[in-house]
Design a protein around this ligand. Structure first.
Ligand code: FAD
Length: 391
């Protein structure tokens, strides 16, 4: 059954929300930094370390590994405000959102002690090594191989769209360790590895994106040696582990907040410039729609976090939030462009101009990254089979 229980924040949680806003007002006053769109915002390792010092990374990880034993709701509260601010979260986002929790869940004692404290301090960055040139939605058909070699493994193959692989420290890569002919089912015989992106034989080449950024990469593994102690979890159990990693990737505020900043910046620009100090009816209309949808998604996403805290595994609900959330992200861009009734100006270097140009060019990717909307609808429709064959 699909369930979204209504959620209110407790007094303690509201206090955390205020604390994060005050921190951001002090650290990143408006006008002093270049805000970015959601989790693909700027990378600033120093800012990530500050969050680590505040205890706002690895919040739900165990204290014995540098975490804070806090709730998924607490993490939600911090994440939502950072995204609303367009804060430079690019360095730590994937490590905090999914690599840390996955290592905490499936990693060995040695892996937890090696990686988790440095994820919680904001030092280490991770990327996601799932997609391949011929395996995106149908992820289980991937062909990157890992073959035993003495004490370790040798990995060969190509991953693609691996965000920040040219700058980050590690990739958690899903590989095939038993050929499909032997494993019987394409979902069997897959294994996850934690791979150092500086390994000999590994090349990460950035792919230019339409907005002139080059954040995601083609990653070629040319017989990359990976020590046996970098197998994550059980050999052959990579599919089930990867499915649980996707649940961390999908239900959070980063899947509906990428473009909302545009509305706030538009309001700063046009709301204040009207001569009678009242926003125009068109702007009020846009704002009303955006805020109402924001509020719905905020509550649905919060409900997912609360369910996780109660021990639930809301994979279907997360898929629905991502499906609705990413459509909202695109609708916001469409509404702002319609309100302006003019194409974005490449020469406009103002905060709003830069955000608008980036949003207009990259918005098609919102419903693709992390699993396409068609596939998410399929996951939701199947309902009782969230660990189906598609990502
Ligand atoms: C900005 C961005 C960042 C990304 N970062 C990463 C990353 O860091 N790491 C990583 O591993 N991957 C990353 N990806 C890849 C992303 O996860 C894949 O693009 C996505 O899973 C879709 O795979 P594909 O591109 O191969 O498309 P395909 O799977 O080829 O799909 C093409 C079209 O067919 C549709 N389709 C496919 N199968 C079905 C089906 N069964 N039913 C209905 N429709 C279907 C899809 O919805 C889509 O419209 C990123 C992608 C983007 C855009």
């Amino acid at each position: 059954m699909i369930e979204f229980e209504p959620v209110d924040l407790t007094t303690e949680e509201r206090r955390l929300q205020v604390e994060v806003i005050e921190f951001l007002e002090q650290e990143l006053p408006h006008g002093t930094y270049r805000p970015g769109l959601g989790f693909s915002a700027e990378k600033d390792p120093a800012f990530s370390r500050k969050l680590g010092e505040r205890g706002w990374l690895g919040m739900a990880l165990p204290t014995e590994y540098g975490g804070h034993d806090r709730s998924a709701v607490d993490r939600f509260i911090v994440a939502e405000q950072l995204l609303r601010w367009g804060a430079p979260v690019g360095h730590h986002w994937v490590a905090d959102r999914q690599s840390g929790p996955v290592i905490a869940k499936f990693g060995t004692e040695e892996q937890k002690r090696t990686f988790l404290p440095r994820i919680c301090s904001g030092e280490l960055s991770f990327c996601i090594g799932m997609s391949e040139p011929d395996s995106g939605s149908d992820l289980a058909s991937l062909s990157t191989r890992a073959v035993r070699d003495g004490d370790g493994w040798v990995v060969s193959g190509t991953k693609i769209w691996t965000t920040m692989a040219h700058e980050h420290d590690y990739v958690i890569a899903l590989t095939r360790t038993t050929p499909i002919e032997e494993s019987g089912d394409k979902r069997n015989g897959l294994t996850q590895f934690i791979i150092d992106l500086a390994s000999p034989g590994l090349t990460a080449t950035p792919i230019p994106f339409i907005d002139n950024s080059a954040d995601f990469c083609e990653v070629v593994f040319d017989d990359v040696y990976v020590p046996a102690d970098r197998v994550l979890g059980e050999v052959g159990q990579g599919w089930a582990q990867n499915t649980s990693e996707l649940a961390y990737e999908r239900g959070g505020p980063d899947r509906w907040l990428s473009s909302y900043l545009l509305v706030e910046e538009l309001l700063r620009r046009d709301g204040a410039s009207d001569t009678d100090a009242r926003p125009s009816p068109e702007l009020l209309d846009l704002l009303g729609n955006a805020v109402a949808n924001y509020w719905v998604l905020h509550h649905l996403s919060l409900s997912v976090a609360r369910d996780i805290d109660r021990g639930g595994a809301p994979a279907i609900e997360s898929s629905l939030v991502k499906e609705m959330g990413t459509r909202f992200e695109q609708d916001v861009v469409t509404a702002v462009l319609a309100y302006l009734d003019e194409a974005p100006n490449t020469l406009d270097s103002s905060v709003f101009g830069h955000l608008l140009m980036t949003a207009a060019l990259t918005q098609p990717s919102f419903t693709v990254r992390g699993g396409t909307n068609e596939v998410l609808r399929s996951v939701a429709a199947k309902g009782l089979r969230p660990s189906g064959s598609s990502r």
